[in-house]
Write a protein that binds this ligand. Structure first.
Ligand code: NOJ
Length: 741
C-alpha cells in the first residue's frame, strides 16, 4: 500500500477499530474460543468484540496457529486489517542456541549474527512477524536474573556492537522476506541497573551515567533502523519508563529520531498504578499514550479507557491516529495486507525447523561461546586413552537451553551422556547422576513462585546418599572426572534474582566427596549468570563455563573437552569473588583513594578484594599466547583532522595448538572535566593464530573513540593525556601513553 492508501484506511476506521490496533493479547484467546465468556477473555476484562479488533498477538506462533488465528480474525474484521504476530525468539526457536550472555562471550559478531539468522529463519516460517529481541540492557549485577539475556554484558561498547549486529541479523534487508522479522530493542531504558539486582526494582542514576553507559546500545539499535522499542518495567529518574515523557518523547523520539512503534512491556502501563504514579487505569492510559507508547501489551488499559478519554476531550485523537498509523505502517512493511500469513508455512516448517544444517551450524557456533576459566597442568583437553567418569545433575539433563527456550521440545535436545555415548561408545561411558540439582526446599521455592504443585519432602536424604555412593563407585574406576554441575535453569531469567549466586548445596557436597579421590576433576559449569566460585574453583583442575548451551550444546562441549577446537570465549561479565562486591565491573572509577596498598583508608573491603575472581575479557585457551612489542605510530593525535594513531602488538602463539585469541584494546582518559573510568573497551579483534606463529595485530585510535559526556553534558573529546592498553583481558595488558592536542 502507498502512504496515501494507508492514510485513507486510517480515515475509514472508527474509534474502536483504531484503539484495537493499539492492543496486544496472547493468541490463546482465539484458540480457546469455547471458553470465551468464562475463560481468558473475561479474565482480561475485555469483551469479544474488542478481542476481534486487537492489532497484534503475543507469543502464540507456529504456522498452523498463525494461519488459524488470522483466518478466524479476518473473517470477523470489517476492514480486513491483518493481525501482526510478535514473539520472544531469544536464543532460538526450535533449534536453540546458547543464551545471549554466552553468545556474547564469543566476541565474534559472526557467531552472534548466525545464531540470530538461523533463529529468524525458523521463526519466520513459524509465522513470527516481530521479534522481541535484542535485549541491549547493560548489566553489571550478577544477582539480577536477566543478565542471561544480555549479549554485551557489563560493557557499553560490546552492547553497542551486538545491538547493531542483532538488529541487522533479525531484520535483514527487507523485514517481509522469509528469514527476517522486525526487531524490537528492549527494555528502554536502563532496566539492567535495578538496585541490588532485585527484579523490577528502582533504577536511579545521574543523566551523565545514563547517557555515558546505558543509553548508547538502544541508540545503536535505533540507528540500525530497528522497527520497534519496548519500554522497561523500572523507573527512570522517579518516573516509570513506560509513562516517562522525557525518556520516550525527548530522548527516543526527539534526539534519536525514532519513528517506529513503542510497545509497553507486559502490563507495564497498568503497573504504573502500583508504582504509585497513575491513579487508576484511565490515568495510566492517558499518561502512556501521552508519553508515546503505541501498543499496550496484554492488559485492558488501552482497550477499555482510551475511548472515554477521547470522549471527555482530555486526549487528542491525533495521538491515537499517530500510534495507529505506526502500527499500520509496520503491517504494510511486513506486506501483511498482501499476504496476512506472512512467511508462515506448514510445509516448510517440516523441512527447516531443526534441519540437519541448522543443527550442524549450531554445534559449531556453540563451541565459541564457552569460556575456559581454569586449566591446571593441562588437564584439558582430555587425552585419548583416559577413562572418563561423567558425573553430575547436568550430565544427562535436557534442561540446557535456558529460560527463554519456550518453543523448543526436550526430545530434540542431546544430553552430554548421549553425546558421549555417540562419541566413545555406550559401553565405555561411566555415568552417575551424583546428586539432585537442588534440595526439595530449594526446588519448592521455585515451584511455589510459579504456582506449581510442590514436591513432597521425605525420601530426599536416602536418594541423595544413593546418588553419591554411585558417583563414588563410578569415579573410582576412572582416570578423570567430568563434573557437569550448575544452577537450575529456573534460577536465572526474569523474576529470578538471587542474593547467593553459588553452586547449589547438594552439588557442592558432591564435589567435596569426589575430591577425596584425588583424581583430576574437570568442572563443566551450566549457569545463566556469573557465579561466585569460592570454595569450588580451588577443588577442581579445570573449569569450562558453558552457560546454557542449547540443543547442540552437549556435542559442542565434547568437541571442546576432547580438543577438536580450543575454547576461545572471553567473559563479557566478570565473575565476582563474593556477592557482596555486586555490582562489580571493570570500568570503575579510581576514587580519591584508590586501592594501592590495601591500607585502611583506601577504597576497599576489609574482608575481600575489590577485584573480581575472573575479570571482564578473561578466558583461557589450549594455546598459550604472549603479547609483545606494543607500538604506537605516533604519541600525538591531532583533534579535528581525522588523524589516527596506529597501535600494533605482536601476539605469539607459544604452543602446538592452533587457536583463536581475542585481542582487546582499552583506553583510559587520564584527566577529564569529569571523572573517567580506569579503562574502557574501545576495540577488539578475534584472530586465529596458528601453532608457534606470531601475528601482528593493528588497531586505529581516532578522536571519536575518546569522546564522552563532559561536565556540560556534551558528547565531546578533551585534549590531554591518554593511556592505551592492549591485552588478552581487561586486567593483563601492555600499556602506552599518547596525547590528544
Ligand atoms: C516480559 C519481558 O520483560 C519482555 O522481555 C518480553 O519480551 C515480554 N514479557 C513478552 O513476553
Amino acid at each position: 500500500m502507498t502512504k496515501s492508501q494507508l492514510i485513507s484506511l486510517l480515515n475509514e476506521m472508527n474509534l474502536d477499530e483504531k484503539i484495537g490496533q493499539l492492543v496486544q493479547v496472547s493468541g490463546n484467546f482465539f484458540l480457546e474460543e469455547e471458553n470465551v465468556q468464562t475463560g481468558p477473555i473475561s479474565n482480561l476484562g475485555m469483551n469479544e468484540n474488542m478481542i476481534y479488533k486487537v492489532g497484534s498477538i503475543l507469543n502464540t506462533v507456529g504456522a498452523k496457529n498463525v494461519i488459524t488465528i488470522q483466518n478466524k480474525y479476518l473473517e470477523k474484521s470489517r476492514l480486513k486489517i491483518p493481525l501482526m504476530f510478535m514473539a520472544d525468539i531469544i536464543n532460538g526457536y526450535k533449534t536453540v542456541f546458547p543464551i545471549p550472555l554466552a553468545q556474547g562471550c564469543s566476541w565474534n559478531t559472526e557467531v552472534v549474527k548466525r545464531c540470530a539468522q538461523i533463529a529468524m529463519k525458523e521463526a519466520s516460517i513459524a509465522g513470527v512477524n516481530v521479534n522481541f529481541y535484542p535485549m541491549v540492557d547493560l548489566v553489571r549485577d550478577a544477582r539480577w536474573g536477566r543478565v542471561m539475556e544480555s549479549t554485551g554484558g557489563e560493557d557499553t561498547y560490546l552492547n553497542e556492537i551486538y545491538a547493531r549486529v542483532l538488529v541487522n541479523a533479525i531484520q535483514g534487508d527487507d523485514i517481509s522476506k522469509e528469514g527476517n522479522c522486525a526487531a524490537c530493542i528492549k527494555h528502554f531504558a536502563a532496566y539492567g541497573a535495578v538496585e541490588s539486582g532485585r527484579e523490577y526494582n528502582k533504577v536511579d542514576m545521574s543523566e551523565r551515567e545514563l547517557r555515558q553507559y546505558y543509553l548508547s546500545s538502544y541508540k545503536a539499535g535505533i540507528e540500525e533502523k530497528a522497527k520497534m522499542v519496548m519500554t522497561s518495567f523500572n523507573i527512570v529518574d522517579g518516573i516509570p519508563a513506560t509513562i516517562n515523557n522525557w525518556l520516550l518523547r525527548k530522548i527516543l523520539r526527539g534526539e534519536y529520531g525514532f519513528d517506529g512503534i513503542v510497545i509497553s512491556d507486559y502490563s507495564a502501563i497498568q503497573e504504573t498504578i502500583a508504582h504509585g504514579v497513575s491513579k487508576d487505569k484511565k490515568d495510566a492510559a492517558l499518561r502512556a499514550i501521552n508519553a508515546g507508547v503505541d501498543i499496550d501489551m496484554q492488559t485492558n488499559v488501552y482497550s477499555n479507557f482510551l475511548k472515554e478519554l477521547i470522549k471527555e476531550k482530555v486526549l487528542d485523537i491525533v495521538l491515537i491516529d499517530e500510534a495507529v498509523f505506526r502500527v499500520l505502517k509496520l503491517k504494510n512493511e511486513l506486506k501483511l495486507f498482501e499476504n496476512p500469513y506472512g512467511n508462515a508455512n506448514i510445509e516448510k516448517e517440516k523441512r527447516v525447523l531443526l534441519s540437519k544444517e541448522n543443527l550442524e551450524e549450531a554445534r559449531k557456533l556453540t563451541r565459541e561461546t564457552f569460556v575456559l576459566l581454569k586449566n591446571e597442568k593441562h588437564v584439558l583437553p582430555i587425552k585419548e586413552n583416559q577413562k572418563i567418569a561423567l558425573i553430575g545433575p547436568y550430565a544427562d539433563n535436557f534442561a540446557i537451553t535456558g529460560e527463554w527456550s519456550m518453543f523448543s521440545e526436550r526430545e530434540n535436545i542431546v544430553t552430554i551422556k548421549k553425546a558421549l555415548e555417540e562419541r566413545i561408545g555406550k559401553e565405555n561411558v561411566l555415568y552417575a547422576k551424583g546428586s539432585n540439582m537442588l534440595t526439595t526446599r530449594e526446588m519448592n521455592y521455585i515451584l511455589k513462585a510459579e504456582g506449581k504443585p510442590l514436591l513432597k519432602n521425605g525420601q530426599e536424604l536416602k536418594i541423595q546418599k544413593k546418588y553419591l555412593d554411585d558417583a563414588m563407585i563410578v569415579a573410582q574406576r576412572a582416570d578423570i572426572i567430568v563434573l557437569a554441575v550448575g544452577e537450575h535453569y529456573k534460577q536465572s531469567g526474569e523474576g529470578n534474582a538471587r542474593v547467593s549466586i553459588r553452586l547449589p548445596k547438594l552439588q557442592r557436597k558432591l564435589l567435596n566427596m569426589l575430591k577425596t579421590l584425588h583424581k583430576p576433576i574437570v568442572m563443566v559449569l551450566f549457569n545463566g549468570r556469573p557465579l561466585v566460585l569460592e570454595g569450588i574453583e580451588n577443588k577442581v583442575d579445570a573449569v569450562l563455563e558453558v552457560w546454557f548451551p542449547g540443543t547442540e550444546g552437549a556435542r559442542a562441549i565434547l568437541d571442546v573437552l576432547f580438543g577438536d577446537e580450543s575454547p576461545s570465549g572471553k567473559l563479557n561479565m566478570c565473575f565476582p569473588e563474593h556477592e557482596g562486591q555486586c555490582p562489580i565491573y571493570y570500568n570503575q572509577y579510581n576514587t580519591g583513594r584508590p586501592n594501592i596498598k590495601n591500607l585502611r583508608f583506601e577504597s576497599r573491603y576489609q574482608d575481600a578484594s575489590i577485584y573480581p575472581k575472573y575479570p571482564f575479557g578473561y578466558g583461557l585457551s589450549y594455546a598459550k599466547f604472549e603479547y609483545q612489542d606494543l607500538n604506537l605510530s605516533s604519541t600525538i593525535l591531532n583533534r579535528g583532522k581525522r588523524d589516527k594513531i596506529t597501535v600494533s602488538v605482536t601476539v605469539k602463539n607459544c604452543s602446538n595448538v592452533d587457536a583463536k585469541e581475542t585481542v582487546q584494546l582499552y583506553i583510559q582518559d587520564l584527566f577529564g572535566s569529569v571523572v573517567r573510568p580506569i579503562k574502557e573497551l574501545k576495540a577488539f579483534k578475534k584472530v586465529l593464530i596458528k601453532a608457534n606463529e606470531d601475528k601482528k595485530i593493528e588497531f586505529e585510535i581516532t578522536e571519536e573513540m575518546l569522546k564522552f559526556w563532559n561536565k556540560d553534558l556534551k558528547y565531546v573529546s578533551e585534549n590531554g593525556e591518554f593511556k592505551v592498553y592492549v591485552g588478552s583481558n581487561s586486567k593483563d595488558c601492555l600499556g602506552a601513553k599518547f596525547q590528544l592536542i
